[in-house]
Design a binder for this molecule. Sequence first.
Ligand code: ADP
Ligand code: ADP
Length: 230
Amino acid sequence: DPQIKFSHIVKEYPTDDGGTFRALDDVSLDVGANEFFTLLGPSGCGKTTLLRILAGFETPNEGRVTLDGTDITSDPANKRPVNTVFQSYALFPHMTIKDNVGFGLRMLGRPRSEYDATALEILELVRLPQMAARKPSQLSGGQQQRIALARALAPHPRVLLLDEPLSALDLKLRKEMQIEMKRIQQESHTTFVFVTHDQEEALTMSDRIAVMDHGTLQQVGTPQQIYNRP
Ligand code: ADP
Ligand code: ADP
C-alpha cells in the first residue's frame, strides 16, 4: 500500500469578485514510503497548495488524505508525523548549530541528553558534525541549508516536505545541494515530497515525478517515463 494517498482533492479559494477559484481540481495521487517524490509544474499550478494540505496548514474542500492507512484529513498540523523545509530556512542566529538542530526536539519536551545525541547523529548525516558548537553566521550558505534540513529531520518525521528549498541558491551550489539532498533522503529513510518548477532538478533528484498544470495532474511516473514519452 502507498504511504501517502491523496484521494479526489479539491481546494477552492474565494476570489475578489465573490466567486471561487479552483486551485486543485480532483487530484488523486499515491506516494510510496521512502520515495523521493517531486511535484513539478509552473508557478500557480497548485504544488504548494497540495503540500500545505499534506502538512495540515490547509483543509481541502473535498477529498481525503491518508498516511499509512490512517485518514489524517482533519488532523491538526502538529499531530502529523510530517515536517516542512521552506525556502527561507532562517536558523536561530544566537543558538549553536547543535541547539538549532535540537530545537524541534526541545519543543517536544524531550530531555537534553536525548536531543544532544539526536542532534549529533543528524549532524553526522549531513556531514557537518564539526560545526556543532558554531553559530549559523560562521557557516557558508550551503552549510546553513544542510543545517536547516538537519533541523527538520531531527524529530524523525515519516515525511519531509520541501517547498523549492534550492531556488534561492546560485547554480553551482544548487547542483551540489541536489546531490546532497538526494543522498540525505536515501540515508535518512524518509519520504521526501519535493516541490519545484525546474525540470532538470526534478529529473536529477526524483524517484517519481507528478507533473501538474492548472490544479490538475497531467502525468505521474519515473523521470525516464516522464521525459521519454511525448
Ligand atoms: P504553486 O505552488 O504551484 O506556485 P500554489 O499552490 O501556491 O501554486 O497556488 C495555486 C493557485 O492558488 C494560484 O493561482 C494561487 O494564486 C492560488 N492561491 C494559493 N493560495 C491562495 C490563497 N490563500 N488565497 C487565494 N488564492 C490562493
Ligand atoms: P559549501 O559548498 O559546503 O557551502 P563552501 O564552498 O562555501 O561550502 O566552502 C568550502 C568549505 O570552506 C566548507 O566546506 C567549509 O569547511 C569552509 N567554510 C566556508 N565558509 C566558512 C566559514 N564562514 N567559516 C568556516 N569555514 C567555512
